[in-house]
Design a protein around this ligand. Structure first.
Ligand SMILES: [Zn+2]
Length: 83
């Protein structure tokens, strides 16, 4: 399921068209930023405003990296616990 235009616009408006983490504006970034989930939908995140964030591309790449790192750490930790 993709986000509706209405939800996207609400998130963008709340963020005042700037990254909600680092504050870079659309003007500085050279275009519209992306809307990300705090938690991926597969991890019980949802499409409500509270779970969405307006973020620059660089940040969304970092978030994706951190998320995959945390998941692999958790898997490694749980594997070690049972071995
Ligand atoms: Zn940012």
């Amino acid at each position: 399921m993709s986000l509706t235009a209405s939800i996207r616009e609400q998130v963008r408006h709340r963020a005042q068209s700037a990254c909600e983490f680092c504050g870079i504006t659309e003007i500085d970034a050279g275009g519209m930023l992306t809307i990300d989930h705090f938690q991926p939908r597969t991890k019980a995140g949802s499409d409500t405003l509270e779970d969405l964030i307006y973020a620059c591309n660089r940040l969304s790449q970092i978030l994706a990296f951190l998320c995959s790192t945390v998941v692999s750490l958790l898997i490694t930790t749980s594997l070690n616990t049972y071995s």
